[in-house]
Design a protein around this ligand. Structure first.
Ligand SMILES: NC(=O)c1ccc[n+]([C@@H]2O[C@H](COP(=O)([O-])OP(=O)(O)OC[C@H]3O[C@@H](n4cnc5c(N)ncnc54)[C@H](OP(=O)(O)O)[C@@H]3O)[C@@H](O)[C@H]2O)c1
Length: 302
């Protein structure tokens, strides 16, 4: 019988590509969403955080939960209200799933959850962060820490728990790349801030494969960094985009203070960035199809 997955955030940029991929690979895909979509290709169940509600039928056949739901981290200014939404949409949804499974009979074998490389904090340094490193102290690090702690609780329900610390996901539509290339298309692209901050990136094809690999590799448990093995800083990243789009990069770096004025606290996502190791996921037998930025960007933009 086909493995059945229940994907939260299955309607999002990563989720919709993932659902298509898992379905093509023969898995039975279902979605847990805040809204019923009549035209969805996948059976969609509803949850509602405010009302503490999940449709019980969502778990009837579910073998694995893939937890991707969360309000966009970079999509809006970090007001106290937005910060709460970013946190609650990840941690409280995790708790809602946990509370349901803890109080009902079920056969769910595991939960594979998104987290982010932001777990380590936005720190520009020569240090390469590994899974055993401590979490950082900034807002995103605190969200990731609480999110992962929520996911780890499922271990007490005899479920396998996997936290994928995802880097910036490069894809054709949606996601960061679309925004990053815009200035280059108008001939005004340049590096940001010092240009020395790392961009731990991953091609969406590799991320989809890592999620499938996490379902199939029964020995995988705990945290795994999901970013390509080649570390690239913002300057190198910007130069590679310019080269692939055949544009000149003639402007000086956008100063940090300008980004801070425009984006406020969120600017840290652009001006700082850590170098993150991909050794652990590769040791599980995972091979990146796009280990190098140039070939990843060629595939997506070429
Ligand atoms: N994209 C990246 O570069 C990246 C990098 C690192 C980590 N991640 C993590 O990977 C996950 C998926 O990313 P994505 O880029 O695909 O995100 P996305 O396109 O913004 O989609 C996220 C999904 O989460 C659900 N959602 C949104 N706001 C919510 C809220 N307030 N409460 C509950 N559910 C909510 C929505 O599903 P419904 O409308 O169907 O409910 C939405 O489709 C996120 O958790 C993100 O933090 C992404």
């Amino acid at each position: 019988m086909a493995t059945t997955v229940l994907v939260t955030g299955g309607t999002g940029s990563i989720g919709s590509l993932l659902c298509e991929h898992l379905s093509e690979q023969g898995l039975e895909v279902t979605i847990l969403s805040r809204t019923k979509r009549e035209n969805s290709k996948y059976k969609t169940f509803i949850w509602n955080l405010k009302e503490n509600f999940i449709e019980a039928a969502a778990f009837e056949k579910c073998d694995y939960i893939i937890h991707l739901a969360g309000a966009g981290i970079a999509d809006a200014a970090w007001t106290p209200k937005r910060k709460k939404e970013i946190l609650d949409s990840r941690v409280k949804t995790t708790n809602l799933l946990y509370n349901f499974l803890a109080s009902h009979d079920h056969q769910v074998k595991g939960i594979i959850s998104a987290s982010a490389v932001g777990y380590y904090g936005q720190i520009t340094s020569e240090k390469t962060f590994k899974e055993e490193d401590a979490p950082g102290n900034d807002f995103v690090a605190s969200v990731c820490k609480q999110w992962e702690e929520g996911v780890n609780r499922f271990g007490a329900l005899n479920m396998r728990t996997v936290n994928l610390r995802i880097g910036i996901v490069l894809m054709k539509k949606g996601g960061a790349l679309e925004k990053m290339i815009q200035p280059f298309q108008y001939h005004v692209g340049s590096a940001l801030g010092s240009g020395k901050q790392f961009i731990p990136w991953i091609h969406v094809t590799d991320l989809k494969e890592i999620i499938l690999h996490s379902i199939n590799s029964l020995s995988m448990k705990g945290a795994y960094n999901c970013c390509a093995p080649e570390p690239v800083d913002n300057l190198e990243f910007s130069k590679t985009i310019a080269k692939i789009l055949n544009k000149n990069m003639w402007l000086p770096n956008v100063p940090e203070f300008v980004l801070k004025i425009i984006l406020g606290e969120r600017s840290i996502l652009l001006t700082e960035g850590s170098k993150v190791s991909s050794e652990k996921i590769m040791q599980t037998g995972f091979d990146f199809k796009f280990p190098k930025l140039k070939s990843a960007l060629h595939d997506l933009l070429g």
